[in-house]
Design a protein around this ligand. Structure first.
Ligand code: NDP
Ligand code: OXD
Length: 306
């Protein structure tokens, strides 16, 4: 078996070493233009030229959970696309989102400002019942986040395409329930995949439907959010703040207004990082499952786009 590795912005050597040790029967190399055809590809945002040449690949492993960058590409007909299925990301996402929600709920920024000004001023938390958190996307990451938020006793609502049964989480299903879901949300957490159905879903109309004084946490993709609409709703006072980990252009351009906005906290696409050891172990076990003719978790429906 030949595995080709083509991952943008990823140092290749540790991955090659990990893959060689976990899949010893395979020949593993970094893709170079003109390489012979491979059976398996391990990719992250490969260039179009990769697919123009690697037309024999049967299984492609994406070393991230989101496959939006792959979905627009000319993939080999019938190729099996497999995304990361947790692989150590869910707990990272849960800690990031809980941290952000709690920081808003406990007015962390205001307390820090008070302390810097020498003000000894304790603040009592509001009632948690006034802080329903709405999680958009109840997949591998969204479900873990919804469960983690419940340990702090926030009311948690979730919105997804198909119905879920997550204990303690009130589910809203499909487009018909979306406005109702938004109207009940004080903190909105976006964990949707980026697809034609979800692009620009966080816009003036949808964000205006959140409860007044709402917060937005976008940890999915920058293209879910219409930047100007967020800025306008912060300026109008309808929204109170946003925590953004993902952006339309990454790195965020130096002149983007998000950098210095007092109500926006930004982080550099870091909420849930791909972990090499967990990812290699997951790929190796899925290669073995595919060879046995078994189905694997995390297989992408390329028509649906996630
Ligand atoms: P999953 O595919 O497991 O979950 C996606 C969820 O979104 C599912 O519950 C799905 O519903 C729901 N969904 C999809 N389309 C719609 C729609 N049109 N309307 C309503 N619900 C919809 O993905 P993961 O949880 O693994 O990852 C989610 C996203 O997080 C990734 O696609 C990626 O963009 C982002 N991400 C960001 C990272 C970061 O560091 N910032 C790191 C990792 C991922 P259903 O269950 O019914 O299919
Ligand atoms: C992912 C990501 O999709 O890192 O895994 O954003």
């Amino acid at each position: 078996m030949k595995i080709t590795f083509c991952c943008t912005n990823t140092p290749a050597e540790p991955w090659l070493a990990g893959l060689r040790s976990a899949v010893p029967q395979a020949e593993v190399s970094v893709w170079q233009p003109g390489d012979p055809p491979a059976d398996v590809a391990v990719v992250w945002m490969p260039p179009a030229a990769f697919w123009a040449e690697q037309t024999q690949v049967r299984t492609v492993f994406n070393i991230g959970a989101g496959v939006d960058a792959l979905m627009g590409q000319s993939l080999p007909a019938g190729v099996r696309v497999v995304r990361l299925d947790d692989a150590g990301m869910a707990v990272q996402m849960a800690e990031y989102v809980c941290h952000a929600v709690i920081a808003y709920f406990r007015e962390w920024a205001a307390i820090e400002q008070d302390m810097r000004q020498g003000l000894w001023q304790a603040r009592d938390p509001e009632s948690r019942t006034d802080w329903p958190v709405g999680v958009m996307g109840l997949g591998v990451l969204g479900e873990r986040v919804a469960r983690a938020l419940q340990t702090f006793e926030f009311p948690v609502n979730g919105w997804s395409r198909s119905a879920k049964a997550i204990p303690g989480v009130r589910g809203f299903v499909g487009p018909e329930a979306f406005h109702d879901f938004l109207a009940q949300t004080r903190v909105l957490v976006n964990l949707l995949p980026l697809t034609p159905a979800t692009e620009n879903i966080l816009n003036r109309d949808t964000l205006s439907r959140l409860r007044p004084g709402a917060f937005v946490i976008n940890v999915a993709r920058g293209r879910h959010l219409v930047d100007e609409d967020l800025l306008a709703l912060l300026a109008s006072g309808h929204l109170a703040g946003a925590t953004l980990d993902v952006f339309r252009t990454e790195p965020l351009p130096a002149d983007h207004p998000f950098w210095h906005h007092p109500q926006i906290r930004i982080t550099p696409h870091t909420s849930a990082r791909t972990l090499l050891a967990d990812t290699v172990a997951q790929i190796a076990s899925k290669i073995a499952a595919v060879e046995r003719g078994e189905a694997v978790r995390g297989e992408v429906d390329v028509v649906r786009g996630y």
